[in-house]
Each structure stands twice: as C-alpha cells, then as structure tokens.
Design a protein around this ligand. Structure first.
Ligand SMILES: Cc1cc2nc3c(=O)[nH]c(=O)nc-3n(C[C@H](O)[C@H](O)[C@H](O)COP(=O)(O)O)c2cc1C
Length: 351
C-alpha cells in the first residue's frame, strides 16, 4: 500500500467523523418505536438491586454494552481511542477499535490503536478489519492490541458508494471460513448499519460463525455519509437502504440458532438498550452517540451519557419487573406498525 492510499484512508476516517457529527440529529428509524415492553405497576423490586452484570468472552462486564468500532490511524483518532478506552474501563463496558487496515499498512499508526489496550489493560477489547482481510493480517491485528475477539466488518454498500472503494465481494465467505479456522480468539461478523437478514445469517452460520453484530439501519448512515463526502455530493438514492435494527435483530433471533448476537445501529437510550436485550441481543453496541458526545461535549459529558444510559436501562428493567438480564427474557412484548408488518411478511418466529 503506498502513501497516497494511506493518506486517502486517513482523510476518509476524518471525513466520517465530521459527517457523523453533522448528521447526528437527523436520525432515521430503528423501528424500536414499534416495540412496547409491558408495564408492571407492582414490580416488587428495589432499584438499587437491579443487576446489569454479565460475562462475555470470558471476562466480566458491568453491563452488556459495547463501545463499537469507530477509529484509529491518526493523531486525533489516537486521542479518541484513548478517551473511549478510559470510558470502557470506568464503566465496565467492552470496546472495539476502528478498522486496523491503516496500521497493517503503516506501522507508524499502530500506537493509535494500542492506546486503547494501554488505557484499559484488563478490559474486553476487539480488533477490527474487513471481512476480506487475509487471515495472516487478521492475526496481526489481534496481536497488535492483545484483542479478546476480532470483528470482521461487512460494508458492501459503503464500498460501492466510495469512488476508491472495493467492487469485488466474491470470496467473502471463504475468507471468513479460513479466519475462523486460524484465529485464536472469537470472530464476530459485523454489519456497519444496513442490517443482517436471515438469509445472510444462515450463510454465515453454515460456515461456523457464532457471533453476529447485526449492525442495523436507523443510526449512523454510511450511504448518506458517503454520498455527502463526494464532491459534488452524489445522489442520495440509497439513504433509506437497509434492515432496521429491531427487524434485523428479530430476523436473526427467529432462526433459533446458538448465536451470540450484538445489536448495533441507532441506539440512543437505555429504553432502546432494554428493548434490544429483550428481543434477543446478548450485547448492545453503540458508536455514533458516543462519538458525537465525546467530540462535541468532551469526555466528562460522555461519562454522564453512559451513566444515564445505565440508569435508564435499570429504570426500564424495574418497570418490567426484571431484576437481572435473565429475568428480562421473560418480559411480555407487544409489536406494532412497520415492525409488525415486517414480522408477518417475513414469517418470523417471535415469542
Ligand atoms: C465515524 C465512524 C467510523 C466507523 N468506523 C468503523 C470501522 O472502522 N469499522 C467498523 O466495523 N465499523 C465502523 N463504524 C460503524 C460502527 O461500529 C457501527 O456499526 C455503526 O456506526 C452503527 O452504530 P451507531 O448507529 O450506534 O453509530 C464506524 C462508525 C462511525 C460513526
């Protein structure tokens, strides 16, 4: 990889952050608004006893929340990774670094990812590369940050909308299968905001994938971001493309396979985290909200945002009569609107 390509990648990363901030308030729909958790007026619970603890990838977490992949590869992004890792340590959350392709091609940027491990030596930290990355490089990415797991991202639409992006997606399944054989840590296949369908999930399960981040539609929108990055801005034909996060979660859950599911895509509140967990997520991932809070208001404000999410999650659990994450699985649900339509047309099995 030459310097020109690396410079382009760096500019792209910084563009993505800037556009995420610009678009922060223009949220589209995850369809979590079509899920109601049934209120219990006599929950017989003490708020202080609501317990969010869980174990994931063999380590304990204070709550099933993942600060999802955002960045790395340049000086400003090193600071972002340092802040996010401090937040992960302080609040007992998991974290993923952004795509490590930059570091695999340019050693001088390795430290911008390693900072996350230095700031949180004992926490859960995930490596991140494209699902088309050769396995030797995946192993280097894992080693680079002593990762507890590795995310392989799928971002077909984003690549197609980038003038410099990939065009050939053949061989993705074969490559993932090879990584699964060679990789010493759990492998998580991850969408970046267009969702995972049942059909895709089945293909991935068939080759042995056991961890899926459904990365659904309704939050950070890379179709829109890429169209705005182009000069002049491109048509926005694909800005509504994708499977809403709640629908994607149900698509995958209704397969009733032994999968660990991470629900990411447009999560903004503790109530939505609770809905995602109830719909079958083992972990909930958040990127855009954390990034915008950090960049616009600073680390302290991000810390308050996380505390408030945890508070809202506990309030919701109490109102549903759930003392812990296991109880939450039994909470009754009602679906409406477009999500109910989706469930019916796709013949999803939901409980
Ligand atoms: C600025 C920015 C950069 C991102 N970079 C990556 C990346 O390098 N690798 C990846 O797998 N996902 C990346 N993502 C996607 C997020 O991990 C997440 O899947 C997506 O933003 C949806 O979550 P959200 O709606 O909470 O932002 C990025 C997101 C943002 C906002």
């Amino acid at each position: 990889m030459n310097k020109f390509n690396n410079d382009k990648r760096l500019t792209r990363k910084l563009d993505h952050i800037k556009l995420t901030l610009d678009l922060a308030d223009k949220n589209t729909s995850t369809r979590f608004e079509d899920v109601k958790l049934v209120h219990q007026a006599v929950p017989e619970l003490n708020f202080n006893e609501i317990n969010l603890n869980c174990t994931w990838l063999g380590k304990k977490l204070a709550a099933p929340i993942l600060i999802n992949a955002i960045t790395g590869g340049s000086e400003p992004t090193e600071e972002i990774n340092a802040s996010l890792a401090r937040m992960a340590r302080k609040h007992g959350l998991a974290m993923a670094v952004g795509s490590q392709t930059a570091a695999l091609n340019n050693k001088s940027t390795i430290k911008t990812y390693q900072i996350a491990r230095q700031e949180n030596p004992d926490g859960i930290l995930l490596a991140n590369v494209s699902a088309l990355t050769p396995y030797e490089q995946v192993l280097r990415a894992v080693e680079m940050i002593e990762a507890d797991g590795v995310q392989l991202h799928l971002n077909v639409l984003q690549e197609l909308l980038m003038p410099e992006g990939d065009r050939d997606f053949k061989g993705t399944l074969e490559n993932i299968a090879q990584i699964l054989v060679k990789c010493p840590v759990p492998v998580i296949v991850k969408e970046v905001g267009f969702g995972i369908s049942q059909e895709t999930a089945l293909k991935l399960i068939k080759i042995g994938v056991a961890y899926l981040d459904i990365g659904g539609y309704g939050g950070t929108n890379f179709a829109l971001i890429e169209s705005l990055r182009n000069h002049p801005p491109q048509e926005q034909t694909f800005k509504t493309w994708g499977i809403p996060t709640a629908a994607s979660l149900l698509e995958v859950k209704s397969l009733q396979k032994p999968l660990q599911i991470i629900a990411t895509g447009g999560i903004q509140t503790g109530l939505e985290i609770c809905k995602a967990l109830r719909l079958g997520a083992n972990m909930v991932g958040i990127a855009g909200l954390f990034l915008t809070r950090l960049m616009l208001k600073g680390e302290e404000e991000l810390s308050s945002t996380i505390s408030n999410l945890l508070r809202e999650l506990k309030i919701t659990m109490l109102l549903c009569g759930a003392r812990n994450l296991t109880d939450l699985n039994k909470v009754p649900l009602v679906f409406s609107g477009e999500l109910l339509n989706w469930i019916r047309q796709r013949k999803l099995k939901v409980d």
